[in-house]
Design a protein around this ligand. Sequence first.
Ligand code: F6P
Length: 320
Amino acid sequence: MKRIGLLTSGGDAPGMNAAIRAVVRTAIYFGMEVYGIERGYAGLMDDIVIKQEMRSVSNIVQCGGTKLRTARCLEMLTKEGQEKAVKTLEKHGIEGLVVIGGDGSFRGAKVLSEQYGVPTIGIPGTIDNDLQYTDYTLGFDTAVNTCLDIINKLRDTMTSHERVSVVEVMGRHCGDIALYSGIASGAEIIVVPEISFDLENIVARINRSRANGKHSNIIVIAEGVMSAEQFAKKLQSITTHAVRPTCIGHVQRGGSPSMADRMLAAQFGNKAVRLLRDGIGNRAVGIHDNKIIDMDIIEAVSMKKKFNYQLYETLQMISM
Ligand code: F6P
């Protein structure tokens, strides 16, 4: 394969730039040409295709966001849109494609591979960590660290005022950002879409912790359950402790990627290009048991995400 394309799609995630750099530099190392498609699949509709050079990816390893920019492209869900995408690839002589994005982006990649025969490699780039086939997605670690920084600050002020903080984190339908930031911040309670909650139990848990000498409580709630504001209102109606909601929002999607995300980006990007160089397409790269893996992209998108109940129980035991 002599010429490949690269795009980032869906919600951006810290580490996408580092992955772009790894793809471009690995491809150049192997004597391949790389074309960056701006604004994700939308760039394929509008033919925004730009040749990448060694120096086009200088000084981006440390930057959040994506230099190729990104979009959620509804047109890619239609047959006309998909045909347009394939035409653009053909026009530029692009023989294989690397797609960095979440499960929606992988579905587009799956269509290109399955129905149009374009060898495509998926790199999981989303803060949500909602893809079952990989232990971690690119951006998740940085996003959780950003949440931790904010929760640490909330803990200070909540303790001074003896309040209960309800902190909303992202994740769409997946509770992983809430689970990991809850455990790592010492939150007393997490509320996630995978497990139903009982408000009375939560109040009992808060009261128990106060009786045991705690001066504040942190409840991390995943956006897939309800907003922090809605939850705080419900909770306030049945407790005398002062409750304050905070929504972390898009802050958790920005920022310089952590070491863990930069390492994933380097390895995912490198692996994706090696696969295409070897004439292998239609794979998704990931990490499992600390090893970089690749698997059939169709199988990867069809696996249902499993919640880690063991980690949830750990939180229940240690955060009192
Ligand atoms: O998929 C990443 C994500 O940040 C989700 O956690 C969140 O639900 C969604 O994107 C927000 O999307 P947007 O930035 O389009 O509002």
